[in-house]
Every structure is written in structure tokens, then in C-alpha cells.
Design a binder for this molecule. Structure first.
Ligand SMILES: NC(=O)c1ccc[n+]([C@@H]2O[C@H](COP(=O)([O-])OP(=O)(O)OC[C@H]3O[C@@H](n4cnc5c(N)ncnc54)[C@H](O)[C@@H]3O)[C@@H](O)[C@H]2O)c1
Length: 349
């Protein structure tokens, strides 16, 4: 394997990827923190998706170069539009490819300074109906990305994990060291992938940061997610469904806050090898969020209450001490403002 690694390192500058030969120099500069503002080469798996496309917007705004590696999975439609505005941007290369296919993954990643691994099969409920696909994409797919990273030697690899690894917790806000008790195959698959990250870090010294996102929302949100669904049903004149009595609290995090956390983690050596929560740290009751959406749309929501679901914890609530300490992370968008922003953007999916 060591021979392979050398081979790929050499080919990284010269091989089939889109990057040019200076990549090794910039990678070293980034690794040793020489220039924070250097034009980095980002490799973003899942870059066409909800969070990934916002990440790509930010990278391109900051003059970075990016390869988007995404298979435009059929899980939901509409993500084809997400990167439209960058179609003619020379600094973005869009590859419609699958992380489950190893060879193209290795070839495309060569020469990248930084790997942001967001490709995945999200969806707690979907994971209960499609446990094998969820596990395959989230675990085997992540191992492929780690293995490819081992060969291309980036300065940092960020893995998009989830608050779903925590399940039900007695103590909130939830610190990263809390016991992990996933309630769904999705949460279990993210936890398994985290373990694989740990393993690659210990075995090969891969510079990995695990970030645990807490319910992101905002423009281009996945249509299966709660806020997108509630907007849709209210716009269609229907009543939103609440599982339980609406008192469950969720740590809804505006997507721009998550993106800022990810991009900061790229440059912080202190973050390497750590698991870090990214949330708002301000959980809100589901019924209050629906009321806020109703207010933004000038509609009385009149929700339907159904039996609580066993795959949903009563609360998600990120402890942000570690994110503040290691990343200087501070979420900026309140739920009130975030809902207004979403309402101004809203388009039917
Ligand atoms: N949205 C959230 O609140 C949230 C919370 C915690 C963790 N996450 C994680 O963050 C990541 C991004 O989430 P999102 O909400 O933007 O989801 P998303 O579905 O919009 O984005 C995931 C992207 O991955 C791509 N993809 C799926 N399978 C692939 C494969 N085999 N090969 C290549 N690309 C593939 C999809 O086409 C999609 O564009 C996911 O890993 C998700 O599990 C999201």
C-alpha cells in the first residue's frame, strides 16, 4: 500500500485530476498554517446537495477552486439547479460521479488540498425504509473517501456527521463526549463512519475533523426535512403534521452558520482529530417553529397532532463550548431571522 501511496502522491501533481502542479506547495503551506487566505483546492463530495452547494458558493466567493463530486442521487429532485449560477465559473469543476466507485474517486481527488466529505444518504425515516442503501453510502462510501484521501494526501479532511449519533440524552446541552445512542440506521451509519475516521486517523495519521451538524435549514433545503415540508404544506393550503405534542425541541441551525463552521475548521490545526458540534445552541419547540412559519406566511397553521415517533429524540441541543474554543464558532442567524430568509427565498420543489 505504501508503494501505492507514493505513486499517487507523485501523480497527484501530474495525473488526470484538474489541479495543476503547484498543489504540493500550497498543501504544505496550508498544513503548516503559512497562509490562511491561499487559493485552496477543495474537493467537495455531495457538493451539489443542500449544504454542499452553500459550501461551494462560499469557496468560490473566497476565490478558492473546487471540484464538486456528486452523483445527483435520486433521493430527491431539484439539486441540479443548486450550482446553476456557477456553471461557467472556471474555478469549479463538476463531476457527476459516485463515491461508491473507487477508481474515479481516487483519480479525481489527486492534488486536492482539502476534502470536504458531505456526500451521504441523509434522512432518518428513509434510513428505516432503506437501511442497506443508507449504510452502504454512509459507511462504505466514507471508507472509499478515506482510502482515496490516504492516497492523495490532503491537508485536511472534514467529515459531515450528525447530531443523530447522540439519540436520547439525559444531560443537555450535549457535549461531544456524551455517550452515543443512535435511534435510527441513519444515526448508526454516521457513527460507524465516525469510527472509520478514527481508525484512519490512528492507522495512517489522516488529518480528519468530524463535525456533527445539528438540523441545518435554509434555502435549497432538502424537501424531506421538517421546515421545507411545513412551508410546502402551508403554501398548498394544507395542515402541517406534528408527531407528538409539539413540545419537542430541535437545534435548528441556519445553513450559513454550518458552512462558516466547516470552512473555519479547514484552517484550524487544533481541530484535527476532534469531533465538534455545529449547531445553533438555541433549541426551539417544534410548535413554535410552525407558528413562526405561519406568521412569516400570514397563515394560521392549525397543525394536526399525531403519535410521537420512536426514531425521534425529544430534544437536540448542541453544546458549543468546544466549537467556540477550537473554531471561534459563533452562530449568527436566529430562528426568527432564518425563517424570514427562507420565506423570502421559498420556491416549490
Ligand atoms: N441537513 C442536515 O440537517 C444534516 C444534519 C446532519 C448531517 N448532515 C449530513 O450532511 C451531509 C449533507 O447533507 P444535506 O442535507 O446537504 O443532504 P443532500 O442530500 O442535499 O446532500 C447530499 C449530496 O450527496 C450526494 N450523494 C448521495 N450519494 C452519493 C454517492 N454515492 N456518491 C456521490 N454523491 C452522493 C447527493 O446527490 C447530494 O447532492 C450529509 O452527509 C448528511 O448526512 C446533514
Amino acid at each position: 500500500m505504501e508503494a501505492d501511496r507514493t505513486k499517487y502522491n507523485r501523480q497527484g501533481a501530474l495525473g488526470t485530476a484538474c489541479w495543476t502542479e503547484t498543489s504540493w506547495i500550497s498543501r504544505m503551506a496550508i498544513r503548516y498554517g503559512l497562509f490562511e487566505g491561499i487559493a485552496m483546492r477543495y474537493f467537495v463530495t455531495g457538493g451539489a446537495g443542500f449544504i454542499g452547494s452553500h459550501l461551494v458558493d462560499s469557496v468560490l466567493r473566497e476565490s478558492g477552486q473546487v471540484i464538486v463530486y456528486d452523483n445527483f442521487d435520486e433521493f430527491y429532485q431539484g439539486k441540479e439547479r443548486n450550482l446553476n449560477e456557477h456553471k461557467s465559473n472556471q474555478r469549479m469543476t463538476l463531476l457527476r460521479k459516485d463515491i461508491l466507485e473507487f477508481k474515479p474517486l481516487v483519480d479525481s481527488m489527486k492534488g486536492s488540498d482539502c476534502v470536504l466529505h458531505l456526500a451521504g444518504q441523509p434522512g432518518v425515516r428513509y434510513s428505516l425504509q432503506n437501511p442497506a442503501k443508507t449504510t452502504l453510502v454512509n459507511v462504505v462510501g466514507t471508507v472509499n473517501v478515506l482510502e482515496a484521501a490516504r492516497m492523495s494526501d490532503p491537508s485536511v479532511i472534514i467529515f459531515a456527521s450528525s447530531s443523530s449519533v447522540y439519540g436520547v440524552q439525559k444531560v443537555t446541552p450535549v457535549e461531544e463526549e456524551a455517550p452515543t445512542r443512535p435511534l435510527s440506521v441513519y444515526g448508526a451509519s454516521k457513527l460507524a463512519a465516525e469510527h472509520c475516521c478514527d481508525c484512519y486517523r490512528q492507522l495512517y495519521g489522516l488529518p480528519i475533523v468530524v463535525l456533527r451538524f445539528h438540523t441545518a435549514y435554509g434555502p435549497r433545503q432538502r424537501p424531506d426535512m421538517a421546515i421545507a415540508k411545513w412551508f410546502r404544506v402551508l403554501k398548498e393550503g394544507e395542515r402541517p403534521v406534528i408527531y407528538g405534542d409539539g413540545s419537542q425541541r430541535r437545534d435548528f441551525t441556519y445553513v450559513e452558520d454550518i458552512v462558516r463552521g466547516i470552512l473555519t475548521a479547514v484552517h484550524r490545526k487544533e481541530a484535527i482529530g476532534e469531533k465538534i458540534n455545529l449547531g445553533s445552541g438555541m433549541p426551539v419547540r417544534i410548535s413554535d417553529v410552525i407558528a413562526l412559519i405561519g406568521r412569516a406566511m400570514n397563515i394560521e397553521p392549525n397543525p394536526i397532532f399525531e403519535k410521537p415517533r420512536s426514531d425521534e429524540p425529544p430534544e437536540t441541543f448542541a453544546d458549543l463550548k468546544k466549537a467556540r474554543r477550537l473554531l471561534g464558532y459563533e452562530p449568527k442567524v436566529s430562528i426568527e431571522h432564518g425563517i424570514q430568509l427562507y420565506n423570502s427565498w421559498y420556491r416549490p420543489q
